[in-house]
Ligand binder design. Sequence first.
Ligand code: BG6
Length: 515
Amino acid sequence: MTTPAPNPLRRGLIEDRTGDPCALVIFGASGDLTRRKLMPAIYNLALSRSLPSGFATVGVARRAKTHAQFCAEMKEGVAQFSRRKPIDPALWSDFERGIGYVQGSFDDPSTYQKLAAHLDEVDKERGTRRNRLYYLAVPPAEFATIVANLREANLVADAAAERSGGPWTRIIIEKPFGDDLQSSRELNDCIASAFAESQVFRIDHYLGKETVQNLLVFRFANSLFEPTWNREHVDNVQITVAEDIGVEGRGKFYEQIGVTKDIVENHLMQLLCLTAMEPPISLSADAVRDEKVKVLRSLRRMEASTIRENVVRGQYGRGFVRGEEVPAYREEPDVAKDSRVETYVAMKVLIDNWRWGGVPFYVRAGKRLPRKVTEIAIQFKQVPHNLFAAPDGGVSPNVLAVRVQPDEGIALRFTTKEPGNATVLRDVAMDFRYGSAFGSNTPEAYERLLLDAMRGDATLFTRRDEVEEQWAFIDPVIDAWRDQAAPPPIYPAGTWGPEQADDLLARDGRRWRRP
Ligand code: BG6
């Protein structure tokens, strides 16, 4: 009797979601990202038994510290930022045995010799099988040095050898991927000098958010919505990435970047791509990314005159957020008193393809808005003829709102009749909430993304051509502002941005939705 082959659909969840054995090497291990996001994510993966049995974390940083000091810092970060608390002492002591620290300068070849020797030990002790996942949690100015030194020290496996079953090397890089199209190309060239594109994982943490992933499932695993997801039925789409926080001590960084490069060029464009893309031929990384790139290539490029018409920027002044008085952007530490950097931007974006021809996508992002909310709202067309004229009530168009955060969920607004003898119409919502449907402890974006990188699945990471197309769309906007004499209009902190943003929609006979 022959044993039947295991049905791949029936494999256990844990087996299915476990990464390959590997050493995760974090450059910039003394930084905030490691303490706040990466270590808590790795710890939570250990807690949910998703880490491979052969696994180790190796921090690399300039500061001299002992292994015990490094572990204590990481433990303190996990205790503070883990989504599951308190720390499980038994699990932590096991977890800690897999943590190592290599001290050295990123531009000193001896750092990489030390790292190579350390990794050899780790392979023997932890069974990490010479697989390496490098994480560059450092400013982009350091990328070239680290990449060149890794290559020189023979710490990058050949992608071809990997395809034939040899050990693998992958590299995760954090945004910003350059500062404009030119610099992003240079950065990509520099990384390509040592790594094949299949080894590069560019992280956009919005792609790791549960609801963002659910957008693909919602669109392509249901037959009800997709037939209406086009210019025949949709009047406009509104995408909002609002934050109530200011620049949080990152004034120096924000003076260089502004909200357009910080949020729109990456997170918001990715949300737009997933909303607008065609069904991919499969869920393979390249099939999904091919479709996103097509959306980016179909975006109508803007010139100076259309930018004046279709793009509004703003900067927050003093105001009140959740009842507390907060300073103006120009009063934040390390911000110029006459800064022209935008902390708010709204745009009307057009997608020139058959599905979306003529449907405006209104997108906006801002700091110091009334509350933190990320939402994609599909606003459907008005009924062709309204039978229910006032005074008994007007008919509002249907809206499908995908709430990315907080209160993750999807709500469909439609019109009903209020109970009673008169025909009075009322908007109601069919509301799906993650919290009540599945419980609220969803994994953090970094957990999903780190695990995917360990498994070699790049679907939720951005490919080189995507990043370059994103910059190609944003560059003309930034250039046009450089030539504009007027500074950005000021909006009081705690409001929904400058009034010019309302005018942008009012000119089209529309209004922003209050998310
Ligand atoms: C980061 C930006 O990429 O995203 C920050 O640099 C912003 O300025 C953050 O605050 C928002 O992320 P989230 O997950 O809190 O919406």
